[in-house]
Each structure stands twice: as C-alpha cells, then as structure tokens.
Design a protein around this ligand. Structure first.
Ligand SMILES: CC(C)(COP(=O)(O)OP(=O)(O)OC[C@H]1O[C@@H](n2cnc3c(N)ncnc32)[C@H](O)[C@@H]1OP(=O)(O)O)[C@@H](O)C(=O)NCCC(=O)NCCS
Length: 181
C-alpha cells in the first residue's frame, strides 16, 4: 500500500483544472464506461468545470468528491440531484473515475462510501441511482460492495464506435441499513 494516506473531500471551483484533466482522461481511456464523450467534453471550457464544482443553493443534492494522495487528485465521483418535485428524493451517482496508476488500491471504494455517507446527511434524499455499462465488472462489483443492487437493464443504451452496450441500472435506498461496511 502507498505510504501517503488518502484524503477524500468535497471539490470546489479551485479544483477545476485537476478535475477536468482526470475526467477527460477517463473519458478517453474508457469510452465505453461513460455516456459523455471525450470529444464533446474536451470542447467545454474550464469555466464549465468550475461551475460544476461550485455549490449552488438551487441544487442542494449536487456535489463532487475528490480523493487525494500527497495532494494529487487520483479519483473523483459526483452526485446530481433531480429537482422536479415528484423525483426530488432521487439523485444519480455520476462521473466515477480513478486514475489507472491508483486503481485497485481502494480509492473507488473510499469515494463511493464517502458519497453515500454525505448523501445520508441530505434530509430530502432517499435513494441514489446509477448506470454502469454491462461488462464493467470492476465498477459493478464496487457498487455492489457499497450496497447498490441492480434494478434494471437498458438494452443498447450507448453506442461507441458502432458497437452497442447495455447499461445496468442500480439503486441504493439510503434508509436500508448502514450501507457500506
Ligand atoms: C471502476 C473504478 C472506478 C474502480 O476504482 P478502484 O479504485 O480501482 O476500485 P477499488 O480499488 O476501490 O476496488 C473496488 C472493489 O472492486 C473489486 N475489484 C477490483 N478489480 C476487480 C475486477 N476486475 N473484477 C471484479 N471486482 C474487482 C476490488 O476487489 C474491490 O473490492 P473490495 O473493496 O471489497 O476489495 C476504476 O477502475 C475506474 O476508474 N475505471 C474506469 C472508469 C469507470 O469504469 N468508471 C465507472 C463508471 S460507472
């Protein structure tokens, strides 16, 4: 294990340059893992990332977390609320990326556990959903270990280089037990 401890904290606008680089790297290296595409995201200015990481009182369930080792951002994950009244109790886990040189060391697990812990403190939020591309067993197992269960399947949800991929839909009910162990 690396000697430097892992720090997981909320990201803010000042983290935008490092966040943007890691996100674009994830999109380029794992195109089939994400619905966003690297080409489209690369065209967005730094201000877009700054806005995304800036707290917004109108979107109280939105936040991004970063995992740092020795001050270096090695993984990110986000939560995005849904703000129409009938679905206000839902939010979606998005943008989960760990840099390959930090993979397999528990960074992803630490990020999802911290996200769930943070989400439990948001009083109106009852459940978190996410989608994961079929075949991405590493991510699926990680989510299962953190308490998510598969609730559905979207056939042919994304098309990457002419090839279709299904997406598993997963959900965690925040009221169900203590969650990650
Ligand atoms: C998926 C990803 C986020 C995992 O991050 P990570 O930091 O490597 O994950 P962790 O080290 O915390 O491992 C999480 C769990 O998965 C398990 N795991 C690791 N490799 C695995 C594999 N090939 N198959 C199944 N499970 C695996 C680990 O044993 C661990 O379980 P444990 O905590 O009970 O020991 C990372 O590999 C990544 O960024 N992948 C590319 C982008 C991506 O797929 N994002 C998810 C989009 S939905």
């Amino acid at each position: 294990m690396p000697s430097n401890p892992l720090e997981v904290r909320l990201l803010g606008a000042g983290d935008a340059p490092a966040y943007r680089l890691l996100r674009l790297r994830g999109l380029r290296e794992h195109p089939e893992a994400f619905t966003s595409s690297a080409e489209q995201e690369a065209g967005k200015p730094l201000e877009w990332s700054q806005r995304r990481l800036t707290p917004d009182a109108a979107r109280p369930h939105d936040f991004f977390l970063g995992a740092f080792r020795a001050g270096v951002l090695c993984g990110v994950v986000g939560l995005q609320g849904r703000y129409r009244p009938k679905e206000f109790h839902n939010a979606t886990l998005v943008g989960m990326v760990v840099a390959p040189e930090h993979a397999g060391l528990g960074v992803g697990r630490a990020l999802v556990e911290a996200l769930v812990q943070h989400a439990r403190r948001l009083p109106s939020l009852e459940q978190i959903d996410l989608t994961v591309t079929a075949g991405n067993d590493r991510a699926r197992v990680l989510y299962e270990r953190c308490g998510f269960a598969q609730v559905g399947l979207l056939p042919r949800a994304i098309r990457v280089d002419g090839r279709y991929h299904d997406k598993l839909q997963m959900q965690l009910r925040l009221g169900d037990g203590p969650g990650p162990s």
